[in-house]
Each structure stands twice: as C-alpha cells, then as structure tokens.
Design a protein around this ligand. Structure first.
Ligand code: ADE
Ligand code: ZN
Length: 319
C-alpha cells in the first residue's frame, strides 16, 4: 500500500538492491542497449536501431541477437559493450557476474577472439567493485567442429578468467548429445559446463544436457513437463537459471502468469534468476527479482534464497 509517496514497490526495490547478488545468465551481446549501438555507429538513428531489434517469436529473437552481435565489429566495440554492461550491473549491487560471450558468433564473423578478449578483460579491470568471469558459448546449430574451436580457445584463455563453456542458439537444430565428447574434454581441461536447454524444446533436451555433464542449465523451464526430471535436478543439485522476461519476450512462454517459475521452485529445484539479454527484453536483474516478488509471490526470505543461490552456484571458486 502506498504511504505518502513511498510505495511497497519502492520498499521491495530497496530490499532487493541491498541483497548481494550475482548475475549468472547474461549475454554480453544481448546487453548492448540501442544507445550503445548508436555510440558505436553514429551514422545509425535510434529509430533504425530499435527497428532492427524488434522481433516476434524465438527465430525472430535469434535474428535480432545476431544483428546486435554484428554491430560489435572490433575489439574496441566489445570493450565499450563491456564497459556499458558493467556500468549497469554495479548500481544493482551485483558483486559477481559470469558473462556469456558468443564466441561461436565471433568466429563466424571471422574476428580474432584473443584480441577481443584482451580488450574486454582490460575493460573489466577498470571496475574493481565487481568480479567478472566468462563463459564461452558455441552456437549449437553451427555444429560440432565449430564448437570444438570455441572450447579449445576457452581452454587457452582460462588464466584470463574463462571459467566455463556452453552451447546456445537453436536447440531444435543442435541437440546437446552431439557435443558429449567435447563436453567431456572441456571438463577434463578444468572448464565448468553450461548448457541452454529446455527453453523452447521439451524435457528430452534437458535430459541430454544432463547426460553431457551440464552443471547449470540455462532456462530449463520445460522441466515442468517431466516430474522425473524435476526430481533428478533436485537429486543432482543442478540449478536452472530462470529468466522470466526473456521467456515471455521470445515467446517461450505465452505470458508471465503462465510461467512455471513458482512451480519449479515449489518442486525444490535450485533456481537462480537471470536476465539473459536485458537490452532485448527491457529488463535488469532487480526487475526479475521484482517479478518474483510481485507476480510469483516469493516472500522476502525466498528472495534472499534466490540471491544466495546466485552466489552459491557460481562456477568460479570464491577467493
Ligand atoms: N543466445 C542469447 N540468448 C539466447 C537464448 N535465450 N537462447 C539461446 N541462445 C541465446
Ligand atoms: Zn541465454
């Protein structure tokens, strides 16, 4: 209830801001706001940029994501994207972030990953308030050979803060099972294993992610259709990184009130909230926690557990 100019929503915002939190599901490329694209390319207009970023459906979303990624045409552009991303995370009291970099797309653009990563890393050193680690993502529909290059580069850049590998893109056109031997090799080289799964495809896709050794699942919301899978996630203590605004924007879920977040939580599955691609979904991490509180009925104690989970399930060991 509003008291004077001060509402319960303001109170919840302050409460959430004060919680130390990690962001574990965030794509650098999907964090590039239209204003940053304009900084990178002043010959574009904000209207034209927004038109390119407008989409419907999951396939349309992936095209918008690729367009955004194409705007990052140099190491300096990636560095600016990193700077603007960190500037948005710090005021939310996010103390640790694992950023996913679509290295599969960097290679597809024929850019030099090492130079880009060096520029990015230099930028992160300007922000000692936040600890930054990286997950190198392959694009599943580009196939096994392309993913193998991504994971090899990840291994070589471990000392620069790459903590894990994953696969993103279109799960219908690149089943996790293809990547089993590569995942094993990555794990043997000390990398942690991530996998987008069960975002638009059914539980079978999540089972495959588990079978190749994924330690955290990006989205995983279709687990709700398979009680045995829910039990397995609980038993193995595998968290789902749930990004409600993303799922509505991409059409993975028809509307927020249909989202299975609460039911997955009630089944006892570990949950971490994330934003995925905040510039494409008009969100930030505090907003996702606000939705949990206001739409999904998470109590303050439950919100505290969500925030604690985000730190608990990080890939990089704490100092
Ligand atoms: N890459 C960036 N965002 C993604 C998503 N939501 N699903 C699959 N791949 C992605
Ligand atoms: Zn994602």
């Amino acid at each position: 209830m509003a008291v004077g100019n001060h509402s319960a929503g303001d109170d919840l915002q302050s409460f959430l801001r004060a919680l130390p939190k990690a962001e574990l599901h965030l794509h650098l490329e999907g964090s590039v706001e239209p204003e940053t694209v304009l900084e990178l390319n002043p010959s574009l207009s904000l209207d034209a940029i927004r038109t390119n970023l407008h989409y419907t459906g999951f396939a349309g979303f992936l095209r918008a994501y690729v367009w955004l990624t194409q705007q990052l045409d140099s190491p300096q552009a990636y560095a600016l994207a990193t700077r603007r991303m960190l500037e948005r995370l710090i005021p939310q009291n996010i103390t640790y972030v694992e950023v996913t970099l679509s290295v599969g797309v960097v290679l597809w653009k024929k850019q030099n990953v090492e130079q880009i990563f060096e520029a990015i890393r230099r930028e992160t050193l300007l922000f000692p308030q936040i600890e930054v680690a990286w997950i190198f993502d392959a694009i599943r529909q580009f196939g096994v050979e392309a993913a193998s290059r991504v994971f090899e580069i990840a291994k070589d850049l471990r000392s620069g803060g790459v903590v894990g590998i994953g696969i993103g893109g279109d799960e219908e056109r690149g089943p996790a099972a293809w990547f089993g031997p590569l995942y094993k090799k990555a794990r043997d080289s000390g990398l942690r294993l991530h996998c987008h799964a069960g975002e638009v495809s059914g539980p079978e896709s999540i089972w495959q992610a588990l079978n190749v050794g994924a330690e955290r699942i990006g989205h995983g919301i279709r687990a709700i259709d398979d009680p045995e899978l829910l039990n397995e996630l609980v038993r193995r203590d595998i968290p789902l990184e749930i990004c409600p605004s993303s799922n509505v924007s991409t059409g993975a879920v028809s509307r927020l009130t249909e989202h299975p977040l609460r039911r997955i939580w009630d089944a006892g599955v570990p949950v971490v909230l994330g934003t995925d691609d905040p510039a494409l979904f008009f969100t930030d991490l505090i907003h996702e926690y606000m939705l949990a509180g206001e739409i999904f009925g998470f109590s303050r104690d439950e919100l505290k557990v969500l925030a604690a989970n985000s730190l608990r399930y990080r890939f990089q060991a704490r100092d």
